[in-house]
Design a protein around this ligand. Sequence first.
Ligand code: HAM
Length: 428
Amino acid sequence: MTKSLQAIRGMNDILPEQTPLWRYFEGTVAGLLDGYGYRQIRMPIVEFTELFKRSIGEVTDIVEKEMYTFEDRNGDSLTLRPEGTAACVRAVLEHGITGSGQPQKLWYIGPMFRHERPQKGRYRQFHQIGVEVFNLAGPDIDAELILLTWRLWGALGIRDAVTLELNSLGTSEARARYRDALVAFLSERLEQLDEDSQRRLKSNPLRILDSKAPQTQALLGDAPKLADYLDDESRVHFDGLKARLDAAGIPYVINPKLVRGLDYYSKTVFEWTTDKLGAQGTVCAGGRYDGLVEQMGGKPTPGVGFAMGIERLILLLETLEQVPEALARQVDVYLCAIGEAAELAALTLSEQLRDQVPGLRLQVNAGSGSFKSQFKKADKSGALFALVLGEDELAQEVIGFKPLRGQGEQQNVAWGALAEHLASALQA
Ligand code: HAM
């Protein structure tokens, strides 16, 4: 027997029952970003592999073991994007968007691909909404990014469930000095490190700071601290950000071990985390990457941004029961037409109603059927009202207007008065 076809592990269908919540979420974020003056950009899903190697870093988990990389028919090495920042930087450089030095506030949405071990909140195809800002170096814009996510959590009703973790990685020079000190300290205690951290000591020592191994964490208690190596410029920048968050009343926790898994960051890094989703608790993360544009071949250009994981935020909305009730209903009105003459009249009437009642969600019965069967379908559709058109109604040029959810009795409404009647019934 042939094996039945299935989706790839970790790559999910988003079914019709789930899409209203996705659209609500995406619409809320898009509206919010409009309100802060961010413009949407759309990049391809596939890029040259080199792009991700150069930006994310050769010795990161993403580039070393998580990318979907393949050779296309020309022999080029291509990769399904594992994140959006690299492609966004590539796009702004390619189109000269940042060259003038003017501030650019951009956002994007779409699927990202990482070959991670799938579990709740962690998938191989997942979706992000990301924001990237170029040509603004001060902490005021870092604060704006955090402020707008804070507003989003408020709009979604999940503020109480998320915590802002904040750190500064300093300039790349400060970080290099710190890296040397950390490596010197840990090299002397090599045998006390877990195996993964021993490997990272050579390739990416800063990542040892967020190791989960208890023996490594114990050792780090006495290790040099990144904060002690911060240069003055980074310290002033970080103080500026904290002062703004304090002024705006946004709570945060300084997490000196927050280093992020991508190499391009400098100065500010942050994560919004929740303890409501189990192990995959980071719902939104980002930071500053002042060296990246130059590293990719552009002029020195400050950059800062973040990306949120849509699946994780949807899970959080469901877990906290913050799914708006109105999303359950996809149909306002169901039109039942009994007999061919009524079906023909229903066609014209329904099109008129769509013209006259903006935003109306009207489902016209398809597949004919008896009164009883059409009513059943009307009820099942979740509609608030059924419109009934049979022989008698047709002769009198009226329509039976029947509330389905207990708001009064059925009554006849003249065709000419129907749009107004419907609009006011839907507003009530
Ligand atoms: P990231 O931390 O790799 O950063 O991902 C951002 C968010 O995407 C995570 O906090 C999480 O919510 C979600 N996410 C990541 N991997 C998965 C997965 N396998 N399954 C489900 N959700 C996931 C970046 O991608 C940076 N580009 C963010 C950024 C933008 N920094 C500056 N600008």
